[in-house]
Design a protein around this ligand. Structure first.
Ligand SMILES: C[S@@+](CC[C@H](N)C(=O)[O-])C[C@H]1O[C@@H](n2cnc3c(N)ncnc32)[C@H](O)[C@@H]1O
Length: 210
């Protein structure tokens, strides 16, 4: 996926489609991150979350892995220079990852960019770098089990995968089972909230001791 073409317009497209719902998800777990000192942010996008986290947690040091040079530029414009952020431009499936341990990993609407096997690699690589008891804060799309909610989610997901295929060359075309992947990697869900008839979720998972 190459999100360069979307970088400047990304937030406006999001607001047009979802209003403030995705923004609410991104900021929902900031309190849980209050004690985190080293945080790995995967696929940050245009810097809205990272900027807010730096403001709310004055001690956090972030390492951000992001494949889009233009997203990084937009984020840096928003946040200004900060010695508390290390930017690593590259594809998480190919680039060298930073050394752990991290107190927290954050993925907002990122795991949906991958096919199941790729998402598994991402989850396992991040899991290896987490401190014992570390937190995974995730915002993500979901496909509810049944009924109107399922059809509503399917329609939105279909539209979104088409949109990102056309505009950013996204190859994935369906949600990976990201909750199953986190579970298999030794995380346990501590809290979850869903909005928009179950389409979007904010969850926090804790890494259990092996
Ligand atoms: C759907 S956007 C989500 C952005 C942001 N986290 C948010 O909350 O909206 C996915 C982001 O992940 C980045 N990305 C996608 N695939 C990537 C990969 N393989 N490696 C690193 N970053 C990637 C994209 O450039 C984009 O900024």
């Amino acid at each position: 996926m190459n999100a360069d073409r979307l970088a400047e317009a990304y937030r406006w497209v999001e607001y047009a489609a979802f209003g403030g719902a995705l923004e609410r998800c991104r900021y929902e777990r900031l309190a849980e991150l209050a004690g985190a000192r080293r945080v790995l942010v995967l696929g940050e996008g245009d810097g809205r979350f990272a900027a807010r986290l730096l403001r709310e947690n004055g001690a956090a040091q972030l390492v951000v892995m992001e494949s889009s040079a233009r997203m990084i530029r937009v984020a840096q414009r928003r946040m200004g220079e900060s010695v508390r952020v290390e930017w690593r431009m590259g594809d998480v499936l190919a680039a060298a990852w930073p050394e752990g341990p991290f107190d927290a990993v954050v993925t907002h609407f990122f795991l949906d960019c991958f096919a199941e096997d790729e998402a598994r690699q991402v989850v396992l690589r991040a899991a290896e770098r987490m401190a014992p008891g570390g937190l995974w804060v995730v915002s993500e799309f979901c496909e509810p089990e049944s009924g109107f909610q399922r059809w509503h989610a399917r329609a939105w997901l279909g539209l979104m995968y088409l949109f990102f295929r056309w505009t950013a060359g996204l190859r994935a075309n369906r949600l990976p089972d990201w909750e199953g992947l986190l579970h298999s990697a030794g995380f346990r869900c501590q809290e979850r909230r869903r909005w928009r008839w179950g389409l979007v979720a904010s969850e926090v998972w804790r890494k259990e001791d092996p």
